[in-house]
Structure formats: structure tokens, C-alpha cells
Design a protein around this ligand. Sequence first.
Ligand code: FES
Ligand SMILES: [Fe+2]
Length: 429
Amino acid sequence: MALTREQQETLVRVGAGTPMGELFRRYWIPVLLSEELVERDGAQVRVRILGEDLIAFRDSEGRIGLIDEFCPHRGVSLFFARNEECGLRCAYHGWKFDVNGQCVDMPSEPEESNFKHKVRTAAYPCVERGGMIWAYMGPPELRPPEPALDWLTVPPSHIFITKRFQESNWLQSLEGAIDSSHVGVLHRYDLDHDRLHQDAEGPKYIKADTRPKFEVAEAPFGVAIGARRNADEHHDYWRITPFIMPFHQMVPPYGGNPTGGHSFVPIDDVNVWVYSFYYHPTKPIPPELRESMEGGSGIHSVNIPGTYRPRANRSNDYQIDRAAQKARKTFSGVKGIAAQDAACQESMGPIQDRTRERLGTSDAGIIAARRRLLEAAIALRDRGEAPPALQPEDQQIRSASLLLPKGVAFLEAAADAIHAEPGKPLVSL
Ligand code: FES
Ligand SMILES: [Fe+2]
């Protein structure tokens, strides 16, 4: 069931005018962490998203601007502009742009000239939710309601987010997250040590049954992927991983721990931002857990200070430690879940050739997600159909891990467990 060349091209290209590129542009997209743009009139930041080079800044009134990186006058990068008095002033001739992309000053032209009113640069609206800055890059008249995903509804004390740069096409990272059958292999020894997995029943079932059966069900939010493992004579252990269109994936919780997730935001065709978070709907993240996540526990990356580039990366073979691999401290020799995922996914090359792969039954989730994405992209291109999960009610979904009686239809049986509401406790084993 490998993809055709055409299907592969459709899924991996994200630029403006491509089917997937246009699909992504109908959603709110995380473009930065709030920590990257704290100060009013502080340093502006380069942002490359969906192949577009942009500049983000926080103006004197705290509003966020996301505009074309290059000055419409003669193309100088606004990275060198002055961020002052509610706008970015180009360093070359002083043209100044506000958060709406309107030119508001043009000191190089005659005072009486009307030219500045006629000059406008591309600008995308932004909102701040859950410690992230989200932008809408689609047609203004089709702008959907602001994002209402479960993790964006909790207070800052209840969530911990990191991000890392990955040198691969966005789909490799999404597929890696959907494919939970690799957890019992690639991350096998990490389950023993990670405090996020302690005091929980779940890992016991995962290790006892490394051949989970995958069931998938199309849902209004995207695809529900259920990994079923044998628990006892009458029950199965289910880990339910919702894939929420277009690139969010939830990580099922263990015991009383927070639940997690990722957003895989395409930078361009060959690079992706991986946002990773843990949140708890009903209680703050304990300080010691926060500290351990800062040190790279769970799905978090340890980055080179001052950057979002992982310390263990492709250029240093992810600091592979063959002795640790032999001693079964790590399965691959790479330390940390985030680095292990990056090593595997980047090793496929910038764009994995999906016309040559050999998929098995455990790849059912990946197949379903691809189908959902392809269908949505083609329906939008050919019939102008609005994509799934633009409405808040379709985004109120979370992950769960639970025992269900053998033989039930998992999506129905777990419907309440995965329905998110602010303050509703997690269902987690
Ligand atoms: S290039 Fe920006 S003002 Fe001239
Ligand atoms: Fe993984």
C-alpha cells in the first residue's frame, strides 16, 4: 500500500498554491513560543513557516505583527529594522510598517506625497494561546474561530512546552508520533527510567505486549488511533492517540501524570518545528517534574542554549553511545525520546520516499492519517470544501489510556474519555 508518486508529492509540499500548503493555510498555525517575543518594542524574530520568510515583532502596545521579512521598497530584510513606536522601521531608507502591514511612514519621499498610503506588505493576524503565538495565513474572509484545542484552555501553571528544529519533511515527524508501535522498541529502555511513566500500570502492558493491534476510526477532528494490547482475560489496554487536523497529535497519559502532545509545523518542504507539550487539565505540573522536563525527560528536547536546535543532532550522530546501547540503557544508543525520534526520522532523508516503503498492519494509523489529509487537501482544491476541525467543538479532544472490555468498538467505548472540557479529569492508566 505504498503511496503513488503523485500522492507523495501532494502530502509533502507545503508552499503557497500547493494542495497541502493551501490546506494548512486554512488553520491557525503555531509560529513561535510566547517566550520568543516577550518585550514590547523588543528584538524582532525571523519566522519561516510553510516556505514563507516572515518577521514577527511585538509592538509598543503589545500587539503581535507577522509580516513579510523583506521590505517592499527594495527588499532589505526587516531583521535589521528598528522596532519602535508601533511599527518596524526598515534600516535602509526608514520606511515603517505596522502590525497590519500598512506603511505608516516614508521619510525618503516628499512629505506631501501620498505614496505611503498605497504601500502595504503581507501581514498575517496572530493570537496568543497556551504560551504559543498562532497565526492565520489563509484568505482573510475564511478566517476560522480562534484555536480551542484542549491544551490551550489550561493556565500556564498546568502546561510545559518546548520546541525543537527537525531536519526533515513535516510528515515524517507526524507519522512518527502516530506510530505508537515504535514506543515499545525504540523507547523501550526509556520507559524504565522516565518519571513520567512511574507509578503507572500502562508501561507494564506495553512491555508485555510489543505487538499492539491498531484500530483506526475517522472522526470529525481527524483520526482516532487506538493501540490495543492484551491486559487480562477479559480486558484490553487501550492507548488512544487522536490525530487532530492538520498536524496535532496527542500522547496518551500514564497514571496520574500529565498528558502530552505535539504540533508539527512545516517550516518548508524539508524542515519542521516540533512543538512538544505536557499538560494537566486539573492540576499544576509539579516543580520537580517541570525541572526534569527542562532536562529532557519525556518527549522534550535538550537544545543548544539560546536556540531551538537540539544538542544531540544529525551533525554529531545524536551523540550516539554504543556502550549504553550494548548495556541496554538505550535501545539505539541515542539518549532521550526526542533525540531518538529525531535520529530515526532524519535518517530517512529530507523527504522519505513513500513509493518504496513496505507497510504492515501496525501502520494502519499512518495510512488513515495520510488518507484523511489527502482527501481534505483534494476536496479543498477541487471543490473548495472547508477542511475538518476548523470549529472549536471539533477540537475539544484529548488522549486517554484505559482498560476496556474485550471486543468493544473503541471509539464509542472511549468517547467520553477523549472528549475534552476545561477542568475535566483525565482518564489515564
Ligand atoms: S529597502 Fe526598506 S526602506 Fe528602502
Ligand atoms: Fe517516539
